[in-house]
Design a binder for this molecule. Structure first.
Ligand SMILES: [Zn+2]
Ligand SMILES: [Zn+2]
Length: 167
């Protein structure tokens, strides 16, 4: 779906996106997000404000993340609001993101067209913690034999202490 930003009426336009787990296509650098657990909906309201266009939205979903320590998947609930400003570029006459350019990948704008699904994807990526842990006390993998120390106890631990076991 593409939205033509030049055709937003003065009263704004509301979108309600219904997304299913197969919608999520992970980028290679975002494989910490392994998937989405159930269908979810996300709302976006787009309205003009002077020479700008404001996008306000919310989303709530349950993600499947990969633990940084033990590499096992775990469920994580995400619920967030967002607001993004777009302004017309004086040089190119096209809309572009005005704020938070450092944080946002602007793939969701193509000239005067906006891809709302890309905005939702971007918000999911931005809101996932930098460090993903299945539990705060996750013991991780044994650095010697590679077993998951949350589930099994190997004999290596008597010879080598993992950081999680050091007190
Ligand atoms: Zn873990
Ligand atoms: Zn081991």
């Amino acid at each position: 779906m593409k939205i033509d930003l030049t055709s937003i009426p003065p009263e704004g336009k509301s979108l309600n996106l219904r997304l299913t787990p197969d919608w999520w296509k992970p980028d290679s650098d975002e494989d910490r997000i392994m998937g989405i657990e159930s269908p979810f909906s996300a709302g976006i309201k787009i309205y003009p404000a002077g020479k700008k266009i404001v996008l306000e939205g919310f989303l709530s979903t349950r993600l499947l993340l990969r633990c940084d320590r033990c590499l096992e998947p775990y469920s994580w609930d995400l619920s967030t609001d967002f607001r993004i400003y777009l302004s017309m570029s004086p040089f190119r006459g096209e809309f572009e993101v005005e704020l938070s350019e450092d944080d946002l990948n602007v793939d969701f704008i193509d000239g005067d067209f906006l891809d709302p699904e890309r905005i939702i994807k971007e918000q999911i990526i931005l809101n996932v913690p930098m460090k993903t842990l299945c539990t705060t006390e996750c013991k991780g993998l044994c650095p010697i034999c590679g077993c998951n120390l949350n589930m099994t106890r190997c004999s290596c631990s008597s010879r080598y202490k993992t950081p999680a076991n050091v007190r």
